[in-house]
Design a protein. Sequence first.
Length: 313
Amino acid sequence: MGRLIDGKWHKTSVITSDQKGAYARVPRSFLDTINETHEVFQPASGRYHLYVSYACPWAHRTLIYRGLKSLEQHISVDVVHPDMLDEGWTFEKDTYGANGDSIFDFKYLREVYQKVDPQISTTVTVPILFDKKTQRVVNNESSQIIRIFNDAFNKLTGNTNDYYPEALRSKIDAWNDEIYPTINNGVYKCGFARTQAAYDLSIQPLFKMLDKIEAHLDGRAYLVGEQLTEADIRLIPTLLRFDDVYFTHFKCNRQMIRDFKNLSAYVKRLYEYEAIQNTTNWSHIKRHYYYSHASINPHRIVPSGPGNWLEMI
């Protein structure tokens, strides 16, 4: 694992902590957008490219949106290897589903960042929304990439499905604001905590929020209104990984998602969407977490089961 400092690779932990041992996620480096009036980045078929990991829940959001918004034929994808070791994400192709770098044939994901800015200082993360025309990164913040996908390419695809409808935005934003710190990032704050106090401060809000969603879903199919929205799509990648990874590996072990009546039914229902099911790679998910985090699992032993835990409920 490591990061880029002034364009040079430094082997160091990606677990960034504050003085109290609490995990502190580093902000993303590229935050531009795509629209018809943008002076650089306008929508076009075949111009843009996603670099993702099947293991990463943040990248998973973008893959789900790519499927839901009929963008598969317009935005190409490369998938990194699930192992993230001393060299960070790599384009090794010895694991099924990892296809290498189709644009530059780079060996490491960091080379994409260095290509864009040879002096860059940044963590090397996925997803990356890359512009093949200008050879620049448009955005590497998943929450912004999915907003781009929601409407920037509608005229191109004819798909006008709106997962962030104006009438529901305040409620979607409210759920996002609660779910991100407690669940999406909350599982990482539990798993990457370096002190007992930091862990204790994260585990309680995580399950308090899961309990709140469990109660909210009683008699409801979705978080907001009667349709799938951005709030669901941001939540589902974390829930899918919970029982296989976060419960054990990140010590989020008060309760599994399969033990929640409404949450487990919700996950199973959303998994029926092809855009979610087809982009969930259980082997990459397990392999990445258990093999890549030596500070948590130093012997890199990957447990044998359960894989697709949804088949068990």
